[in-house]
Design a protein around this ligand. Sequence first.
Ligand SMILES: NC(=O)c1ccc[n+]([C@@H]2O[C@H](COP(=O)([O-])OP(=O)(O)OC[C@H]3O[C@@H](n4cnc5c(N)ncnc54)[C@H](OP(=O)(O)O)[C@@H]3O)[C@@H](O)[C@H]2O)c1
Length: 300
Amino acid sequence: MSNPGGGAPQKTPSITLNSGAKIPQLGLGVWQATNDETERAVGFALGEAGYRHIDTAAAYGNEEGVGRGLAASGVPREDVFLTTKLWNADQGYESAFSAFDASLDKLAVDYVDLYLIHWPLQDRDRLLRTWEALEEIAASGRARSIGVCNFEPHHLRLLADRGGTMPAVDQVELHPHLAQHEIRSTAAELGVAVESWSPLGGTSNAGWGEHSKPNTLLTDPCIGAIASRHGKSPAQVLIRWHLQNGLIVIPKSAHPERIAQNIDVFDFDLTDIDLAEIGTLNDGVRVGLHPDEMNLAAPD
Ligand SMILES: NC(=O)c1ccc[n+]([C@@H]2O[C@H](COP(=O)([O-])OP(=O)(O)OC[C@H]3O[C@@H](n4cnc5c(N)ncnc54)[C@H](OP(=O)(O)O)[C@@H]3O)[C@@H](O)[C@H]2O)c1
């Protein structure tokens, strides 16, 4: 990939999805950033820090900021892997097409690299009609790959049993406290790549409303000790844990120094001992909501 923005050389490895597309294994998440913050973060990440993968969603309300940041970065569209998501209020066959068109307009692009269902609906018929629309959007070439978020193994098996296109990606809450081994093994069996959200342990703010929990990973003594051994930060250790586990990872930051730090992770490796120590943190504690317990923003 070229790097006309003049930033750090692109060293991020890629994973080949079941669609044949290649996704950079590390990208920038932009949840809870305003349009202006997102424009600055995306412009810096692409233009100066060497990122080539951005993760947004219609529900984040900042697709316009992503589009402006992409344009300002000077990086060619074809060099950037761009993901957005369909919000639950727009689930359904016809509504999915309209929502997709609205996202392309806001992003000011004529295709996305990955279009995801943001959250599974408990209404299985409607969920399957949404997926049918995404299959048609993919066939039109306007989404190079399609996928899902927050799908449990039973949701993935629902699509496998139906036949047709399998999701290229399942983006789920995943970090050392929630290692999601069952989702990872089902996804591996079905050829679905797994992408980690809240990879640093989440945002420590009101993102989940009354359910919000403090981030305990960035201040965890085990992560801190490993970071000291490597002369790296806790965030860098956490990002390496995702990379070395073969996961796609999309840490969010709105601050240039952290955006740069979070991609400066290709000059060290966690040892087997480090990985085993981090493995002991898997206590199942979530930052967000369990997909089977929350029918988020389901349409009437
Ligand atoms: N599909 C879904 O349902 C879903 C749900 C949640 C998230 N996501 C996606 O996943 C992305 C990442 O998850 P997330 O935003 O929940 O949480 P995260 O990436 O685990 O953590 C982000 C938090 O860590 C801070 N941070 C970032 N880099 C840091 C560093 N080097 N040192 C110290 N603090 C640092 C950020 O603060 P500053 O911004 O102030 O630097 C922010 O508060 C989202 O942005 C979104 O794209 C998807």
